[in-house]
Design a protein around this ligand. Structure first.
Ligand code: DLL
Length: 433
């Protein structure tokens, strides 16, 4: 364990700590963030009403759309002089949700990412290849700081350039790999194509997340790469990777509960559900300074396990592998994509109808995305050159908005199926093994 005192803390002591931290979080949020003050006032709850962690249910939820409406810095609780890093995650429209971190926030996040690595047995002896993207996305920098905090050697590869990933993995004797599960498979395949005997590499653990995957996928990866494939969960609004992580038991993800308090609610009614019941995962960031987060609805579906103490010795509650989402967010090559973002682009382009179909598939191990778009009658009978220019324009604007390269197919007017009820905008053909 990276931090046995925190990770194996007796439950009662943990509850007390959570209560203290919640009190101070709520007081800070109420005093410094107009958004929280207004929401708490509307609900008739005051900071003094929060005495222990059990009082958390009195607090209002925070929705992703509300967070985004505060763009860019409305959720910040400290002056910019105290912010040392900014990340952002895509929202349902063009504007992302923006998260600012104080130095203490970065330290706490690095601590949790280091604990995550520790869950897989990583230590200061290890070399950690970070093949999550570096940038506004939290994957790369999150695991990078975690590896450094652990005292391991961080190898900041970012995603892509797979042959080089394989070469350095071999030459540097990399022992720990961090990337999306689909990219892990891609690395294995490219290594095989390069004639490398990847099974003889000294890898021992992989921390795979940022997109949904399954037990079957884990078996696939573990057959190809000589490592334990572990599930790592996180989201930018809460911190980034390292909110929860599987230990070597590979049976549920330990939530780092002294920083991130989890709840499961009924997504329809908002009622709290007991451990063992499936519902929407909600997080409160007990220690966050830059952007305090209270009862944030993640839209992720899972359950908190009631399996009792874990054989690894950690006392925190475990959540099950994610089982889906309550909204329509797609994750394509680790990037969050909302169909409404595509629509927002299309409605602004002349010559197309906002009738479209997003087809997501998987070629080899990589996600592909095709967007079929209906063009207007006039344009359809026009010259090929014009159609090509239109296609390029859509491709460019989609790329600028989503940060994903999509294949654009222009189709004749009225060819995209119209349903009677909700339009079916997405065809997800990916087989999750
Ligand atoms: O994906 C942070 C992260 C980076 C997690 C690297 C793990 C590893 P966002 O881009 O804000 O942050 O996307 C968050 O991704 O609400 C889930 O729907 C999904 N997600 C994250 N981890 C997992 C996982 C990062 N292990 C959204 N399994 C979340 C399934 C995951 N889905």
């Amino acid at each position: 364990m990276f931090n046995p005192q925190a990770e194996a803390m007796p439950r009662e002591e943990l509850r007390k700590l959570q209560g203290e931290r919640l009190r101070s979080l709520v007081a800070r949020a109420y005093e410094r963030v107009a958004f929280y003050r207004a929401k708490m006032d509307a609900q008739g709850v005051r900071p003094e009403d929060i005495r222990g962690i059990e009082d958390i249910v009195k607090l209002p939820f925070t929705e992703k759309s509300e967070f985004r409406d505060q763009y860019p810095f409305g959720m910040f609780a400290v002056p910019m002089s105290e912010i040392v890093r900014i990340h952002a995650s895509s929202g349902t429209t063009g504007k992302p949700t923006v998260v600012g971190y104080t130095r203490a926030d970065i330290d706490n996040w690095a601590e949790c990412a280091a604990r995550s690595l520790g869950c897989g047995g990583a230590t200061a002896e290890d070399t950690v290849q970070v093949a999550y993207g570096y940038g506004l996305f939290t994957g790369g920098l999150g695991m990078h700081y975690g590896a450094e905090k652990l005292g391991a050697a961080a190898l900041p590869m970012s995603a892509g350039n797979t042959e080089k990933q394989v070469m350095l993995m071999k030459d540097f004797g990399v022992t720990v790999l961090c990337c999306t599960p689909s990219y892990a498979l891609q690395i294995a395949e490219v290594a095989e194509q390069m004639g490398e005997d990847v099974r003889s590499f000294p890898l021992k653990a992989g921390f795979f997340g940022a997109e949904p995957w399954t037990q079957g996928m884990r078996e696939h990866i573990e057959e190809r790469l000589p490592l334990k494939a572990l599930d790592i969960y996180g989201l930018s609004e809460v911190a980034g990777p390292g909110v929860a992580n599987e230990c070597l038991e590979q049976d549920g993800l330990h939530v780092f509960e002294d920083h991130f308090y989890p709840e499961i609610i009924d997504p329809e009614t908002g009622a709290s559900l007991p451990d063992g019941e499936k519902g929407e995962l909600v997080f409160t960031c007990l220690t966050k300074e830059g952007v305090p987060l209270i009862r944030y609805r993640t839209r992720d579906i899972t359950l908190l396990m009631n399996s009792g103490p874990c054989a690894c010795g950690r006392t925190s509650r475990k959540m099950a592998r994610l089982m889906g989402r309550t909204d329509d967010m797609l994750i394509i090559r680790g990037i969050n994509v909302f169909p409404s973002q595509v629509e927002n682009v299309l409605v602004r382009i002349e010559g197309v109808h906002p009738q479209y179909l997003i087809i997501v598939d998987r070629k080899g191990n990589l996600d592909t995305i095709e967007i079929q778009v209906e063009v207007t009658e006039d344009l359809f009978s026009d010259e090929v050159k014009k159609l090509e220019a239109l296609r390029d324009k859509i491709h460019y604007q989609i790329k600028a908005m989503l940060n994903v390269s999509a294949k654009i197919t222009l189709v004749e007017p009225k060819t995209i199926e119209r349903g009677l009820g909700k339009a079916k905008r997405v065809l997800d053909r990916r087989q999750r093994i």
